[in-house]
Design a protein around this ligand. Sequence first.
Ligand code: ZN
Length: 181
Amino acid sequence: MAERETAAGELGLVQAFVNTVDLMPGKEELTDPNTLQAWLVANGLMDTGQPVDESDLKHALAVREAMRGVIGGNTGLKVYPVDIATLNEAAVASRLRMRFGRGGKPRLEPEAAGAVGALGRLVATLYSAMQAPDWERLKLCSSDPCRWAFYDRSRNHSSRWCTMASCGNREKARRFRHKHK
Ligand SMILES: [Zn+2]
């Protein structure tokens, strides 16, 4: 959906990863190891020619949903320990280390190669995005079946749905029906 708001930079990358599945029509982008590999390479997280297997795919989907869970914290949802554990495990598995870059700016980089390293790079990107002041603008759509990660551009950070036209109106109609039963 073109009208859904997207973030830029590191926040945008986290958002794009979480939104590789569209839960509402149930459209999955990462359907097999090949599509995961292509996505990781296209987003500069991994070099071409590194193998990706079924266990990497399983790991990636777990990390993705854990990230969705953490973003839910910006929407006032409870962040579950299982999601925190998944992200911590991904960080450990990729052996993230602090490194000073060329310009002298420190960043987290994985020592592990392949998809495990690429997912560590995504966890590092999440870490970095969380330090930025606009982190709290990345939210989950309040429509329960949707849970799309959207960027809240409203002045007072009050947006609740990925789009008013679809999720907003559907949820309002549902609540209205519920109230007038
Ligand atoms: Zn939505």
